[in-house]
Design a protein around this ligand. Structure first.
Ligand code: THU
Length: 161
């Protein structure tokens, strides 16, 4: 038996240090939290997807009294972007979350199901998606979705690769 150490790289930065394109994407994600439908959790999430054609699709979480029927902000935004532009790769995604009247001070991190969905888009277009996780104190920047989901199951896995 031996151990394999699996590392992930996260740039810990801040909003002010980011390039303008990424600031704008975070601004879009932040502006979406006010439209979230989150009466059950009170956890309001905004997500913004930047496509290669420079269009931005932004959305938020949509909850339901039958809890599992709701959907996270990342998936609402990503599915809508892919539905409108099935042939255009995604360049970047930003998320921000607001609860008890303020944005999280540390970066919000996506749930496992969202990571899996984001990975599908990344592999589908074979194009890395920059991930920006917003917090008031820090922003985490990841070069691609794989950094968020080590030991992932992806389409190559179906071929036994
Ligand atoms: N949620 C998101 O929209 N994105 C995340 O990254 C984490 C969780 C939503 C789902 C649910 O509406 C609420 O936040 C609490 O889990």
């Amino acid at each position: 038996m031996y151990q394999r150490i699996i590392e992930t790289k996260v740039d810990v930065t801040s909003y002010d240090e980011l390039q303008e394109e990424y600031k704008k994407l975070i601004d879009e994600a932040k502006s979406q939290v006010s439209n979230a439908y989150a009466p059950y959790s009170g956890f309001h999430v905004g997500a913004a997807v930047l496509l290669e054609n420079n269009e931005i699709f932004a959305a938020n979480n949509q909850e339901n009294s039958a809890y599992p029927s709701g959907l996270c902000a990342e998936r609402v935004a990503m599915f809508f972007a892919n539905a409108q532009y099935p042939d255009v790769p995604v360049k970047a995604l930003a998320i921000a979350a607001h609860t008890r009247g303020k944005f999280l001070s540390e970066p919000v991190t996506p749930c496992g199901s969202c990571r899996q969905v984001l990975l599908e888009t990344e592999t589908r277009f074979d194009k890395s998606i920059t991930i920006l996780l917003y917090g008031e104190n820090h922003v985490y920047k990841l070069d691609n979705v794989k950094q968020l989901l080590p030991l992932c199951f992806e389409k190559n896995s179906l071929d036994g690769e």
